[in-house]
Ligand binder design. Structure first.
Ligand code: NAP
Length: 260
């Protein structure tokens, strides 16, 4: 059944690639207006075009770096200037940097992961909650990860950051209880996007190995889950949704086909 979010105002961070771009298209297909943020503005403009073709009456983009409070403040001011309220905020910007054990990892990678995943999500939530409160049944959806629920070697900082996202989601749910604003987290497992390319600093061969022999989630699978969470009736809050590909039963239990 096609889901309708006609006329709703949806803000998506990290909309220039992966889940965020797929979510922009999926919200567009549901008739929502999308307001897109990321650092690569030319890519955002292409995604906005795709969302318009999918069905958005308004699909607009603005530069956003969630690691910078001034950038988040400017982005929120822009949102306020183009939309009367925010019905859905998807805090998706983030990712992993490196997979080194703690003894070898760098401050730069740790700081990037905490700045985007944890502090970026907090900054965006603080900036846009006043506009979410103006919606009749607003919803804030954070994109977490199975890495926030299960540790793996080399993932100390990324797992800690995503566990932070899970706990800040739960704290927001408590803080907003009684306001009508819903708070949810969508926590995917292995999904093929630019995620591994970023993690391995542009090493495409190493990134491809992550998905070798596996049928991973596609960005569209996760986007569909996000739109489903956003389109539940106002009295329903899907607090936490974990979504993994069939080949991944747990972080350490992934079925890989051997090449013929
Ligand atoms: N793929 C997976 O296996 C997987 C699994 C679980 C969870 N996740 C999470 O899902 C989210 C989306 O990841 P993805 O898989 O779609 O990866 P992706 O294809 O690399 O997309 C990441 C997005 O985040 C944006 N971004 C990164 N740093 C940013 C910053 N400082 N300010 C604003 N935007 C920023 C990027 O845009 P710009 O570079 O243009 O700024 C890009 O649009 C992340 O939070 C990631 O941790 C991914």
């Amino acid at each position: 059944m096609a889901l309708s979010l006609a006329g709703q105002w949806v803000v998506i961070t990290g909309a220039s690639a992966g889940f965020g771009a797929a979510a922009a298209r999926a919200f567009g297909a549901a008739g929502a207006n999308v307001l897109l943020g990321a650092r690569r503005v030319s890519r955002l403009a292409e995604v906005a075009d795709e969302a318009r073709r999918a069905g958005s009456a308004h699909a607009l983009e603005h530069a956003l770096d969630v690691t910078q409070t001034e950038s988040v403040t400017a982005f929120a001011a822009w949102v306020r200037s183009v939309a009367p309220r925010v019905d859905v905020l998807v805090n998706n910007a983030g990712g992993a940097h490196g997979i080194d054990p703690v003894e070898q990892a760098t401050d730069a990678d740790w700081e990037a992961m905490f700045q985007t995943n944890v502090l970026g999500t907090l900054r965006m939530s603080r900036a846009l909650l006043p506009l979410l409160r103006q919606a009749p049944s607003g919803i804030l959806i954070n994109v977490g990860s199975v890495a926030g629920r299960e540790a793996y070697a080399g993932g100390a900082a990324y797992c800690a950051a995503k566990a932070g996202v899970l706990l800040l989601t739960r704290a927001l749910r408590l803080e907003l209880c009684g306001t009508g604003v819903r708070v949810a987290t969508v926590d995917p497992g292995l999904a093929e996007t630019e995620f591994s390319l970023v993690r391995f600093k542009g090493d495409a061969a190493r990134a491809a190995q992550v998905y070798q022999g596996v049928v991973p989630l596609k960005a569209e699978d996760v986007a569909e889950a996000i739109v489903w969470v956003a389109s539940r009736p106002p009295h329903v809050c899907v607090d936490e949704l974990v979504i993994k590909c069939t080949d991944q039963a747990a972080i350490h239990k992934v079925h890989r086909r051997t090449p013929a």
